[in-house]
Design a protein around this ligand. Structure first.
Ligand SMILES: C[S@@+](CC[C@H](N)C(=O)[O-])C[C@H]1O[C@@H](n2cnc3c(N)ncnc32)[C@H](O)[C@@H]1O
Length: 258
């Protein structure tokens, strides 16, 4: 794994509990174990504590185990040695895979504190995925799971013949949740993917559904983008629901770098 300085792009070297480049830019390893490459210019700070806690509580119930197992199957089949998980959150997926070298990047300190405490086998870095500290042409496979797509950085970092795996919500994902909250629920729209130098080798949907209780429904809602977009009035409708049978519907796309 080669890590580069987010300021001058020179190689970073480890010395005690810090990383340095030849220009003496210095970055610390936090006590939880993640490398802190956060630059104030990133201006963002990733998901906040409440969302992270809701996501961790929800994911710990393993409603998304079927997706995690499917990703594990794909990665085994690709026979890769290095994986970069962009927008890795608390490492729910990163931590599961049996791969020699795993790196997770996220802009949320709260998420990485949790990830690095429970998964010392992966290397977690606090950084923007858009100004990525991973060396060019150095990674076998890159995963983006429900996170923004850093097109240019994916193209730069992925080795030739390497892979990019994208997981997105499919059209019916969480439809029943939206039926409770919104008067006119809508299907999710799929963004057009414009990746230079990659060809798609497989794309398919994978779905499941589970009956959730009140607490899990609220946690699930908090981890979605709807949480910030929904009025308090609409959100309160969720408090009246005790149980809900919810569809989990994902689309997995696998690209190969040519
Ligand atoms: C919906 S969560 C998905 C987390 C994880 N992949 C999962 O599925 O459990 C999206 C994650 O992307 C991170 N994120 C958003 N913008 C980012 C950026 N510019 N750089 C790094 N991470 C970012 C957020 O902090 C959050 O943890």
């Amino acid at each position: 794994m080669e890590i580069i300085c987010p300021i001058c792009k020179n190689k970073l070297f480890k010395k005690f509990n810090s990383y340095y480049c030849i220009n003496n830019h210095c970055f610390d390893i936090a006590k939880e174990g993640y490398l802190n490459l956060y630059l104030k210019s990133a201006k963002k700070s990733g998901d906040e504590k409440e969302m992270i806690q809701a996501r961790e509580d929800f994911l710990n119930k393993d409603y998304y185990l079927f997706l995690k197992e499917e990703l594990n199957r794909i990665l085994k089949e690709l026979k890769i040695n290095s994986l970069l998980d962009l927008g890795c959150g608390e490492g729910y997926y990163t931590s599961y895979f049996n791969i020699e070298e795993k790196i997770g990047i996220d802009l949320s300190k709260e998420a990485l504190k949790k990830a690095s405490k429970k998964d010392p086998k992966s290397f977690y870095i606090l950084s923007s995925i858009f100004n990525n500290p991973i060396a060019t042409n150095s990674i076998d496979a890159i995963l983006t799971c429900f996170a923004p797509i850093a097109y240019e950085e994916i193209n730069r970092i992925c080795k030739k013949d390497g892979y990019f795996i994208l997981v997105r919500p499919n059209v019916k994902h969480l439809y029943e949740l939206k039926e409770v909250v919104y008067t006119n629920p809508y299907d999710n729209e799929l963004e057009e993917i414009k990746l230079n130098n990659f060809e798609i080798i497989n794309e398919y949907s994978i779905s499941n559904h589970s009956i959730l209780d009140k607490q899990d429904i609220l946690n699930l809602f908090k981890m979605t983008p709807y949480y910030h977009k929904t009025s308090m009035n609409d959100m309160n409708k969720l408090l009246e629901v005790n149980q809900l049978d919810i569809t989990f519907d994902f689309i997995i796309s696998i690209y190969k770098k040519s």
